[in-house]
Design a protein around this ligand. Structure first.
Ligand code: RIB
Ligand code: CA
Length: 313
């Protein structure tokens, strides 16, 4: 099977870094065509810089990095420095990037790549707010039928919200963008909090990373050491959830995950539940299914894969 051609759309973010590193450590399964940064965890000026820092950490400076949208479609940007630190990549002391940012806008890169490559051969992997993806779909509706699949981290059902009682951060930051994506008709697979809150980076798992004794695994362990303090304090859990690498792990070993093809709609009107992914998990409506919504994961299988692939870099 040839590697999957993908574009990662991201707001690094320590967990985004894990997802990018997992992709870069898996060239037999993933061909990373480019990385488009979006405003989310921290402002765009930092997410585009952090994406380049991660590529340099992995020694993969050939991966083009683009800056995309610096604000949600219609709302004010909400960021998450309280989780990720003021740089968005707090933890390890990593040098500023030497590799340059591409001049082209990230949204134009997405459109151009989809139009240039054969139909249904490029997978989009959003790991942050869906602003870039929605903007590309609005600006070039013809690309919808050209996308192989959108595999995204976002939303929640049984786990409800992490930024409000009802909403997960990526969807909450730009609910209008999420609404456009979920109504686009594109094949969508969702890795929600229901799955990501199961992949907790316990001390044993951090130690397994450090035991690899490589600069990448050490840096990842330092990122997690920083990143986990918020979630362990909030949930009293034995480690932080590593949200975004669930997307890359799904592309590499989908058998690690299970879920249902259901209807998912986005709340864009109520201030109380803004950004909620209203997932018809029990099929109680006649709304047409539009997304494969993951509900479970082989947790140790996930961490074995993550550790083994990061150790290759
Ligand atoms: O809610 C978790 C998501 O929000 C992750 O993608 C994390 O990086 C933040 O973007
Ligand atoms: Ca993210």
């Amino acid at each position: 099977m040839p590697p999957k051609d993908i574009i990662i759309d991201t707001d690094p973010g320590q967990d985004d870094a894990a997802a990018i590193l997992l992709a870069l450590g898996s060239p037999d399964e993933i061909n990373l065509l480019g990385i488009t940064a979006v405003a989310g965890n921290v402002p765009l000026a930092l997410t585009q810089k952090n994406a380049r820092i991660v590529c340099e950490l992995a020694g993969k400076t050939n991966v083009p990095v683009f800056a995309g949208c610096d604000a949600p479609l219609v709302r004010k940007l909400v960021t998450a420095e309280h989780v990720h630190g003021k740089t968005g990549l707090d933890g390890p002391a990593l040098p500023d990037p030497d590799m340059s940012l591409q001049d082209q806008h990230g949204v134009d890169f997405i459109i151009e790549t989809l139009r240039a490559r054969p139909v249904e051969t490029v997978t989009l992997c959003p790991l942050g707010p869906l602003t870039n993806i929605a903007t590309a779909l609005q600006r070039a509706p013809d690309i919808a039928e050209r996308i192989q699949e959108i595999v995204l981290m976002g939303g929640a059902y049984f786990e409800v919200g992490n930024i409000t009682p009802a909403a997960e951060f990526n969807i909450y930051v730009d609910p209008e963008a999420a609404d456009i994506v979920f109504k686009s008709g594109v094949k969508i697979t969702v890795l929600p909090l229901d799955v990501t809150h199961k992949v907790l980076v316990t001390p044993e798992r951090i130690n397994a990373l450090r035991a690899q004794a490589t600069p990448v695994c050490d840096a990842m362990a330092d990122m997690v050491d920083f990143f986990e303090r918020f979630d362990t304090g909030k949930y009293g859990s034995d480690g932080a959830p590593l949200h975004d690498p669930c997307v890359t792990a799904y592309l590499i070993k989908p058998e690690l995950f299970s879920g249902r093809f259901i209807n998912v709609e986005i709340e864009t009107l109520s201030e109380l539940t803004l950004g909620m992914t209203v997932a018809d998990w029990w099929g109680v409506t006649d709304r047409a299914p539009n997304a494969k919504f993951m509900g479970d994961v082989d947790v140790q299988g996930f961490f074995n894969l993550l550790t083994e692939r990061l150790a290759r870099l």
